[in-house]
Write a protein that binds this ligand. Sequence first.
Ligand SMILES: Cc1ncc(COP(=O)(O)O)c(C=O)c1O
Length: 393
Amino acid sequence: MFLLNRHPEHGRPLDAAEAALLGPAGAAEIARYLAFRAPDAATPLLSLPALAAQLGIGALHVKDEGPRLGLGSFKALGGAYAVMRLVLEKAGRTEIGDLARADVREVAGGMTFACATDGNHGRSVAQGAQLIGARAVIFVHGGVSEERVAAIARFGAEVVRVAGNYDDSVREAARVAEREGWAIVSDTSWPGYERIPGLVMQGYTAIADEALRELEAPPTHVFVQAGVGGIAAAMAGYFAAALGERRPVFTVVEPARAACLYASAEAGTWTQIAQGEPTVMAMLECYEPSMSAWRVLARAADAFMAVEEDEAVAAMNRLARPSAGDPAVVAGESGCVGFAGLAAAAGDPARRAALRLDAGARVLVVNTEGATDPGKYEALVGMRPEAVVHAAR
Ligand SMILES: Cc1ncc(COP(=O)(O)O)c(C=O)c1O
């Protein structure tokens, strides 16, 4: 499954508000917040020259979000940031540093934050609430593993199991939060509810901003995986706002079993798809795109593609067992998917031509999570995550 973006809006600059939210000015806000939280919050940008040569491209960089803020995934950037911004707002403050004030913490103590999650976003909201002294209630559907639930509960959050899939849990969290007067910090948006998911996406722009600062030259191509499209929109939006015409060719990658953005691109409009079989790429199992993410991607993404189950597992293994000289990357089932998309595109002459992916290409992918479900990781890779890192040293 592969298609170029033919949307009538494709290539148009972002609206001013979106450019301000997701561009360098927005990324500066999250950078200030990260500096307040942890001086070493930036994640590694790895270079894999041997793998790049195998793929017939000039350079491959992997932004490794596994170590992000001790949470195991890039989601650490979004939910916790939104929680803290909302506490500041309620306290009538704007400076991130004011989060340390006793009166601000008192305001936080009276607030409850709720969200739905496949695992990673809920962990971020729970961590943000715990850090600031607020309460968190996290809604999970039946497919979320006990290991992931325990990782959320570790941050002192109440976890509520609901029937159905991720999209059902989003609706249930919104319904209960509305009834109880809680703040809902969703990573997906719907009509009339875009501001808070916008803050969540702003948090993710740190990934692109850090990478661009570290690279000698901007990437020519970027492949990013999508669930509801938040991280893809944040990164595509950032590059569009920061680089304009010089922005990289941007490809959105989804599981073939849950390709709602692909379906939207095909239809030329926001599209919900029917639930299919569960995918191993569990964090990407979403059937409804985020409304605002789709709006950004309609303009700033250049191609949409989907990968099969075995392609994702092969990508995890390939990153875990590097060629000589390359670092190993511990990439979870959903973390490896941008790379899986690159590998599929690089091996197909028609896709290479369509994307202008050649021996001069400098490609950036994001490993969006480490082994956030270690048992699953070991089952799929045949090694414990610690053994992978050890083997690479
Ligand atoms: C590890 C990982 N990668 C990618 C995604 C996709 O992010 P989004 O839903 O913003 O598209 C998620 C979402 O939970 C995730 O946890």
